[in-house]
Design a binder for this molecule. Structure first.
Ligand code: HSE
Length: 431
């Protein structure tokens, strides 16, 4: 039986979960993979805090570079998160020819290209299953199981916190702030919750998924990103009446030589499988030319699912080291057919619109006139209350419309004296 030694950098929530599982399941992993995974060292700046796993003190160090340069360490596992010093630690390990496992979605989204190239230069590997959808093996599926497919689109609920908040709002009939507090209490939200609720965490994950599915490095600044803070309980309720659920979606679609990438709250039909993905759960719906449609579902965060994903990467890299295995260098930019990222103004979607209008004759006609002028066709319209000369909600859905046309129309509509608040516009996908 061959032994492979790992050096673990970061002994926080995920790091201690990985150490605990590697220790407790050493025999299980040995039997299932034919390799003995041994922890050669663990590094963290804080060695005082109590963890729920006991380790030999001799394994602990505060010096990450000493650990990665240790000739005994075959694989480096980076679990500190953030950009610095994680990036330097990963690059140094790859430069030494040591394969790396990381869960660092923000770093991969910011510097993925540089990191992948550093690995290729030294004919070594970087693996990051835990960076998207936690314990759900979406990366392995796209990279390996779907290798023969040309992907057409992906729709992901990849931020559990946002999904939890929208679910709570719907089920408990509460507003955003109350649901956010509940997410923080449960420990779902990132240390900086704006990363979750502003859609930034989802855009990091979308950048990673887009590279794997479409072979194109997407800059974060090219991903249109909108958070869920603007969603109110009332809109969730109105959407429900129309047969929709509001979900935080990360979307990538291929249109010939263009890739469309966006993150925003979205109305999806209650008939769509993704509409049933509730609470903190994640899901990824993929369309490929051979597989048709495929859905992955599971726990996207948390110590245990994340450590499961990290260990699967460790075992894969260990197999590569010992057996040569899938140790080929792949070209992440495999699709030279994609030339650019679609501009926001060129998106085509259907829309849910919520106008706050004075209830008097002619207002609806003015609003529909402006929509018509900008080539936007109305699919349904309902006035939710009746209060003569007072502000009432008017809810419309539209047929497919070009985003630049919608932006112009809404600017014009919101300038009408009878419109009293900024119009709420939520994109609709599918069905
Ligand atoms: N804050 C993230 C989420 C954690 O809510 O999905 C997992 O990346």
């Amino acid at each position: 039986m061959k032994t492979v030694n790992v050096g673990i950098i970061g002994f926080g929530t995920v790091g201690s979960g990985v150490v605990k599982a590697l220790k407790a399941r050493r025999e299980l992993i040995r039997r299932k993979s034919g390799i003995d995974i041994r922890i050669a060292g663990i590094c963290d700046a804080d060695l005082r805090s109590k963890r729920d796993v006991k380790v030999d003190k001799k394994l602990l160090t505060k010096d990450a570079y000493k650990l990665i340069r240790d000739p005994q360490v075959d694989i480096v596992v980076e679990l500190i998160g953030g950009i610095h010093p994680a990036k330097e630690i990963i690059l140094e390990s790859l430069n030494m020819g040591k394969p790396v496992v990381t869960a660092n979605k923000a770093l991969l989204a910011h510097s993925g290209e540089e990191i992948v190239k550093a690995a290729q230069k030294k004919s070594t590997y970087i693996r990051f299953e835990a960076s998207v959808c936690g314990g759900v093996p979406v990366i392995k599926a796209i990279r390996e199981s779907f290798v023969a497919n040309k992907m057409a689109a992906l729709f992901g609920i990849v931020n559990g916190t946002s999904n939890y908040i929208l679910t709570q709002m719907k089920e408990k009939q509460v507003e955003f702030k109350v649901a956010l507090k509940s997410a923080q209490k449960k420990g779902y939200a990132e240390r900086i919750p704006s990363l979750d609720v502003k859609g930034i965490d989802a855009s990091h994950k979308l950048a990673i998924l887009a590279l794997l599915a479409f072979g194109h490095h997407v800059k974060l600044s090219d991903i249109y990103t909108e958070g869920i803070e603007g969603i109110s309980y009332r809109d969730i309720q109105y959407a429900d009446g129309l047969g929709y659920v509001v979900k935080p979606l990360a979307i990538a679609k291929r249109h010939g030589d263009e890739l469309e990438v966006r993150v925003h709250p979205t109305l999806i039909s209650k008939k769509h499988l993704l509409s049933n993905v509730s609470g903190v759960y994640n899901a990824l719906y993929l369309s490929g030319d051979l597989i048709g449609n495929s859905l992955f579902y599971g726990e996207g965060a948390g110590k245990l699912p994340t450590s499961s994903a990290v260990i699967s990467d460790i075992v894969e890299l260990a197999k590569n080291l010992i057996f040569g295995g899938s140790g080929t260098i792949v070209d992440p930019e495999f699709d030279i057919g994609i030339k650019k990222v679609r501009k926001r103004g060129d998106f085509y979607t259907r829309y849910y619109l919520h106008f706050s209008a004075i209830d008097k004759p002619g207002v609806l006609a003015r609003v529909s006139g402006i929509l018509g002028k900008h080539k936007i066709s109305i699919a349904s319209a309902t006035q939710k209350e009746r209060k003569r000369e007072k502000v009432v909600p008017i809810v419309m859905t539209t047929h497919w419309a070009k985003e630049s046309n919608m932006a112009k129309a809404l600017k014009e509509i919101d300038r009408l004296p009878a419109i009293k608040k900024r119009t709420i516009a939520i994109r609709i996908e599918g069905g």
